[in-house]
Design a protein around this ligand. Structure first.
Ligand SMILES: Nc1ncnc2c1ncn2[C@@H]1O[C@H](COP(=O)(O)OP(=O)(O)OP(=O)(O)O)[C@@H](O)[C@H]1O
Ligand SMILES: [Mg+2]
Length: 259
């Protein structure tokens, strides 16, 4: 079988990726991930999957896949998981949502290097506090390069990052990182992507992700992904690509007016 070898900076990072791969396999048994073929201290040989990266035309399908992944993971494993506490399943532990993220957000917001953030440091903290009481889904860095689309299916790859996260958080990563790669997305496409995602949690009686939450998570990703602008194919800053309703809804906190 053809292999794709991924090299990690150290054995700890390799072990983490391996554990994450195992967890995703348990949480989403019907979603395709590459098999692990061989493991060395700083390398994993994965099954090579012939496919292309995601793009704007795949947004609806990928949003639906994420909604399915998150709703399934919640039902199978995360029903009782507090978002702020590391979640352990057998030998695998997944980091909580806030750990590390709060510091990084605060540091980037204080640095003045993020163009036109729609969240203040205080607002970011408030959102983190609110998130702590929300149902748990996960973040696995849903950038468009972490999907391989084949003629038959969609495979999810890249097991480096995995944390608990509220519903909609990784969808916001997909939307922000796709727009940062190829430019502004039609507002209607974003709206339909959120609907297509929410169909899965709502089918199971879960609240899904509100417009305001989605707008907040997009701003989190704006802050956290800005340092990578100019690399990884990111050519557009989210502040030039985002729909105005996302910033409007964050500024008028008492109105659920969009879109
Ligand atoms: N199992 C696989 N089969 C085929 N190609 C793969 C596989 N795993 C990764 N790739 C290719 O290598 C790229 C980088 O892999 P991966 O996402 O794991 O690393 P990365 O360090 O996050 O890189 P990037 O920032 O470009 O996403 C993927 O976008 C994909 O094109
Ligand atoms: Mg990747």
């Amino acid at each position: 079988m053809r292999t794709f070898t991924k090299t990690y900076p150290n054995p700890e990072a390799m072990c983490r990726a391996l554990a994450h791969h195992q967890w995703i396999g348990h949480a989403n048994p019907d979603v395709r991930i590459p098999q692990v073929l061989h493991v060395r201290p700083t390398e994993i040989d994965f099954e090579h999957i012939e496919g292309r990266h995601g793009g704007p035309d795949d947004l609806m399908a990928l949003a639906s896949l994420l909604g399915h992944q998150h709703a399934t993971a919640y039902t199978r494993q995360l029903r009782a998981a507090p978002l702020d506490t590391p979640h352990t399943h057998r030998t695998v532990t997944i980091a909580g949502f806030t750990a590390g993220r709060r510091e990084r957000l605060q540091q980037l917001l204080a640095s003045g290097t993020v163009p036109e953030p729609a969240l203040t440091s205080e607002a970011a903290d408030d959102w983190l506090e609110r998130a702590a009481t929300m149902p748990a889904a996960f973040y696995k860095d849903a950038n468009p390069r972490n999907f391989l689309i084949t003629d038959a299916d969609v495979a999810v790859i890249d097991f480096d990052s995995l944390t608990l996260a509220p519903f909609g958080y990784d969808l916001a990563k997909l939307v922000v990182s796709t727009a940062m790669t190829t430019g502004p997305l039609p507002e209607d496409t974003i709206r339909r992507a959120v609907d297509s995602y929410n169909h899965h949690p709502r089918q199971r009686g879960l609240p899904g992700c509100s417009w305001r939450e989605f707008a907040a998570w997009c701003e989190f990703h704006h802050v956290l992904t800005t340092p990578y602008l100019g690399t990884n194919g990111y050519r557009f800053s989210w502040h030039t690509a985002r729909p105005t309703w996302t910033t409007d809804i964050l500024r008028h906190l008492d109105k659920e007016s969009a879109p």
